[in-house]
Design a protein around this ligand. Structure first.
Ligand SMILES: [Zn+2]
Length: 77
């Protein structure tokens, strides 16, 4: 089985691992609750690959900036 990471926002490929390199514990999968697990992790039996949605550095900083923008546009009441 392979494990492929990609960005949930821009869909850019971020890397992959083989199952031999990674255990669920190492990957932090066990720290996720079932909802998060279902939302972030998608096993495709046809490809024998687990796709993991994450956020790339670019989108992370873009989101952080966007958040700042929204905050600064919020009228002070
Ligand atoms: Zn991204």
């Amino acid at each position: 089985m392979n494990i492929v990471y990609y960005c949930r926002h821009c869909k850019s490929y971020m890397g992959s691992l083989s199952a031999a390199q990674a255990t669920p514990e190492k990957l932090g999968f066990t720290a996720l609750n079932p909802e998060e697990y279902a939302a972030c992790i998608n096993y495709v039996a046809r490809d024998d690959t687990t796709y993991v949605k994450t956020v790339c550095e670019y989108c992370e900083s873009a989101l952080a900036q966007h958040q700042d923008l929204q905050l600064s546009q919020t009228p002070i009441q």
